[in-house]
Design a protein around this ligand. Sequence first.
Ligand code: G1P
Ligand code: ZN
Length: 544
Amino acid sequence: MPIQTIPTRPFADQKPGTSGLRKKVSIFRQPHYLENFVQAIFDSLPEKQGQTLVVGGDGRYYNRQAIQIILKMAAATGFGRVLVGRGGILSTPAASCLIRKYAALGGIILSASHNPGGPQADFGIKYNTENGGPAPEQVTEAIFARSKSLSAYKILQAEDLELDRLGVFRLDTMTVEIIDPVNDYAQLMESLFDFDRIRELLTNGQFRMVMDSLHAVTGPYAHRLFEQRLGAPLGTVHNGEPLEDFGGGHPDPNLVYAHELVDILFGEHAPDFGAASDGDGDRNMILGRHFFITPSDSLAILAANAHLVPAYRSGLAGIARSMPTSQACDRVAAHLGIDCYETPTGWKFFGNLLDAGRITLCGEESFGTGSNHIREKDGLWAILFWLNILAARQQSVEEIVRHHWRVYGRNYYSRHDYENVDSDRANALMENLYSTIKTLNGKLIGNHQITYCDDFSYTDPVDYSVSRNQGIRIGFSDGSRIVFRLSGTGTQGATLRVYLERYEPKVSNQNFDPQIALKHLIHIAEDLAQIRYYTGMEKPTVIT
Ligand code: G1P
Ligand code: ZN
């Protein structure tokens, strides 16, 4: 079959963000746009001849077309074998698992994560390296640099492959294996958790759970794991069929977008446990009956209870959290006598720490939790971890969380997002804030004494690479913090994220609504950054 060399011109906007390149579908569908980016990825990789590549996505609109293009380009580049999930489906954690298990050179994952899908909505593509994790910054920078100088790409002239039939197919000299997207991942989960105990819990006739897959990629995984392997009643998984537009919803597991699940868990006759995952399956939200757990607390509680899970019984090497994530897990790490690392936002910074064996668990406030089992955050893994703890402790979610607060104190936490802000205004807000904070050190605002203000900079302890300008932090003498940063995953305008945290050791003060407990900090944040003035918004668009 002939390999064609197609002349092209660079696009100026192919700089990968927090996790890969995300744009509107209409941008990806411009002639040569996807092809250019894929060629830039391939050109930035070492020897590809005969190597294995993993390809799959979250099933959103344009997933199938993109996969056909990538397969033909991989064949033209000389890959020996590509593993593709049936129907083009692979959750991000499952792709990470496959890359590691089959010693692939890397993987291409098609997803815009929790962003909406459909012809008018978002699409995305990211490259994961041989450790199964998101490409580190040196690699994404090389890809971006290459994208700016491309003059041609190579593609095999061939018929489209059928993606829905399991089997081994050929594209010129390359083999394409269409595999079951769930098998390997489910096996991995079974090797980590106490499935017998979880099965007992889910079949005891008393405990009830609901899993909401939000019509995104985890549907097939959740059906297999919870209903088939673990015996939960059919119907436990809601919205379990992946749809190209996620049923018109926003596949983001938080209190705002997963409202159907929230209504069930906060309604009458609520089940004991509720969970949701996002578009590509790497995020998770955990709910108890009438009870919400912040992802920051969840990370801390998983760490404190890890000894109940077979895979982590022998102890944790360390914990890492992204900078804006609350400091709840720091207290658990201190108690366990292990290291706790603070990294910039984005999963890619955890990779080196995991590879070097410095940490076992890691997480972000943005509903992401994971461990050394793969190199991505993992929604279903977190949900199984919680089920394992619930089965072992025989207590409710709320009892477990309240007990944790009694022992370690409560870190009240909230994130306020201002979405779709004019980009220039958002940049001006950050610049203005940056010049303001220089004068704030040591100042008293109300009864809050500022002890530090800076723009977070991170030196990777493994490879010593430095990442600057990762968010403005304002710290207070009582341990409270306010963090400001602009999102790196949006596709339209800018999103300002304001993170608020306050520590409360006293049990009698641990029952407030976080928005009330954080009221003073919220005012200080709005004032200092002049949020209303710069964004033109009276209040945040999303509060989590
Ligand atoms: C957001 C989250 C971040 C997460 C990323 C990918 O990035 O804040 O924690 O790693 O999505 O899921 P942001 O839009 O803030 O750059
Ligand atoms: Zn995601």
